[in-house]
Design a binder for this molecule. Sequence first.
Ligand code: DGJ
Length: 740
Amino acid sequence: MKIVYHERSKVFHLWNDSISYVMMALPNGQLGQLYFGKKIHDREDLSDLLELAVRPMASCPFPGDRSFSLEHVKQELPGFGTGDYRSPAVEILQQNGSRISDFQYQSHRVEAGKPKLAGLPATYVEQKEEASTLVVNVKDSVTGIRAELFYTIFAEGGILARSICYHNEGAQSVQLTRAMSLCLDLPDCDYEWLQLSGAWARERHVKTRRLTMGIQSIGSLRGNSSHQHNPFLVLKRPSATENQGEVMGFSFIYSGNFLMQAEVDAHDNTRVLAGIHPDTFSWILEPGDSFQTPEAVMVYTDQGLNAMSQTFHGLYQKRLARGSWRDKARPILINNWEATYFNFTEDKLVQIAEKGKECGVELFVLDDGWFGERSSDHAGLGDWVANPGRLPQGIAGIAERIDNLGMKFGLWFEPEMINEDSDLYRAHPDWVLAAPQRAKSHGRHQYVLDFSRVEVVDCIYGMMAKILREAKVSYIKWDMNRSITECYSAALPPDRQGEVYHRYILGVYDLYERLTQEFPGVLFESCASGGGRFDPGMLYYAPQGWVSDDTDAVERMKIQYGTSMCYPLSSMGSHVSVAPNHQVFRKTPLHTRANVAYFGTFGYELDLNCLTEEEIEEVKGQIAFMKKYRSILQFGMFYRLKSPFEGNEMAWMAVSNDRKTAIVGWYRVLNVVNDRFTRLRLAGLDPDLCYRNSLSGTLCYGDELMNLGLCTTDSTAGEVTAGQEPCTDFESRVYVLEAD
Ligand code: DGJ
C-alpha cells in the first residue's frame, strides 16, 4: 500500500495490490478525481487522465478558456454555485445568504494507520501498517472553512474509507446545509445499480436496475437507517456476476438519515454521493468549531459480487466490529418473545430456559415486558426497573436462576423510547422529541426520547448500568421500535433544530460507547423492529443484529441473502421459530428452519416445551451441529450460489479458512415433480482436495464440485419410494464437505 504525491503534476496516487485511487489539484485549485478502479502503474504525471473539452454553453472560470469547466470535470469536493450544476457534496449558508463555496487545495499529509473519528463509528486498524491515510486540506477562502478530506487505504483488499472534517477558521458563523461523506465521479454510466430495500419484515431484498440519465437515490428521512433502504449501494457492470466482473460497493457507516445517490449527467458521467441526508440536516459552525462527517467505505473488485461481499465481511467483522465478542463464535440462544410475548411469569421463563438447557442452548434471553408497568405495549418504556409482580427478586434474581442452570442470561431494552404511561414521562414530559403547538405522533403507542440531550442519555445510562452492575447479564438486545416524527428538541434554539436528527444519533452512539466500555464482556445485539437499523454504524458497537422480525424460513432466505451483500454472517441474528410461523402463518419443516438459521448467529424463538419428543431430539441434533460448525459458518468465507430472487431454489455456502471443510445450504421453495437432474456449482474449495459428502457419502475433488457441481437431484420427486421420506414444499439440505 502506498500514497504518493507527485509535486510537479500535483497528482495524488493511492494504491495497494488491488486498487488505485488517483486525484489531482485542478488548474483552478480544486481537487479533481482522475481514477478509481483496479490497480494501475504509478507515473510521474498521471494528470493526462484529466479530460477537458470545449463544450458549448459551459460555464467557465478562466477568461478566454472554454475548455475548463467545473460542469464537466470530475471532482472530490464539489460545491454549489461555481459552474458545476450536478448535486454538490457540500453546501454552506453564509450570513449574507450566499450558498456558494469553492474549496481549493492548500496542503496535505500522510499518516500511518487511520485516525479515529470522535464520537462516530468507523473502521479502525490495530497496527499502523494495516493502513495509510492521506489527509488533504482544502479551503474556501471567503468563508474561511477548511475541509480535511480523509482517505484511508488498507493494505489488504480493494478498500478506501473516506470522511471529511470541516473547520471554521473564518470570523463569522456559517451553516453547513450539506456535508456528504463521499463524492466519486466516474467517467461512464455503464452500470447496474443494486440496492437493499424493503419494509418491516421484508428487509434488504435485492433490487437492481440499469443506471440511467438523471438522479437515482435511496435514503432515509425516518431518523433511523430504516427497514426501507439500507445505507449500501452497488454499481456493477451489467455483465458482472457473483463470481466475476467489475463491482463497486459503497457503504455508509451511519444509523440515521442518509442519502446515497448516483447522478448520470448529459455526457454519461456518474456522480456517486453518500452522506447524511441534506433534507433534514443543517449544522451551525461558529468560528473555531468543527464538524466531522460519518465515514463512507468504497470497495472495488473485478471478481464479482461475492468478492465484494467478502471484502466487506472481512473489514466489518475484524475492523469495524469491536470488543471481546468480535472474534468469538456466538452463543446459541433462546429468546422468549414469540414463545410468550407479554404473557409470562418468572417460572414460565425458567421452564423455557430449562428445556433449552436440556437441548444444549447456552443463553436465555428475556425479551420485552420485564420492566415498569409493561404488560402490553401501552406502558412502561422508560422505567428500566424490573416489575416486582413478574420478577419478585428483580433481574438479579432471575439471572441467578438462569446462571444456576449453567446458562448465560440476556436482557431486552429499548433505551431510546418512552410511553406516556411511565414514571419517566410523568417526571420529564419535555424529554420527548415533540414540536411546539403540534400533536405528537405515536408509533406502537410510544414516543422517542430526545437523545440529543445529554441529561436524557445520562439518565437512561444510569438505569441500564445499575442493572448490569447488579445482575449477571451477559447479553443485551437493544431494540428501537419506531421512527422519529415531530423532530424538535426543547433544548436547542430555533436555528439549531436542523441538528437534532444527527445529535440524536450521536446520543445513541454515546450511550452505546459508555455501556460497551463499562461492560466489555456483554454481547450486544442491535434491533429495530427487526432490521430497521441494521447498518454498519450499529455494528461498531453491537457485533450482531436482529435481521428481521420475520422468522419464516422462506422469507428469511431472501432477507439473509440480501443482507449478506454487505454484512458478515457473524452479524446476522437468525433463529428457528414455531410453525405455523407467526408472521406469514406458513408451515415449514423444522430442519428447513434450522438450515436457514445456521447461516447466522443461530438460536430459538419459541417454547421448546411445546415440541414433541421427536422434535426435541431434532433440536438437540441441530444445536450439536451448530456448535461443531459455527466458527466456519460465522467466520469462514461465505459464497452466495443461487439467488432466491431469481428462481425456486436458493443456495449458499461457507468454507473454512483452510478450505478443508465446507457447509453448503440448498433450499427449494416449492416441490417440483419429475424434475431434471440438478447440480449446484460450488465455490471457494481447494480444487486438489477430495471432499466427502456428508449426505451421499461420495468423494469428489474440489475442481469437480466447482466446475461440474454438487448433485442435488431429488430422486423422490414425483414418487413415494418405500422407506424414504417424500419431499415436500420448503425442502432444504445442508451438505457438509470434509476433505478426506
Ligand atoms: C421488536 C423486535 O424485533 C422483537 O424481536 C421483539 O423484541 C419486540 N420488538 C418486543 O417488543
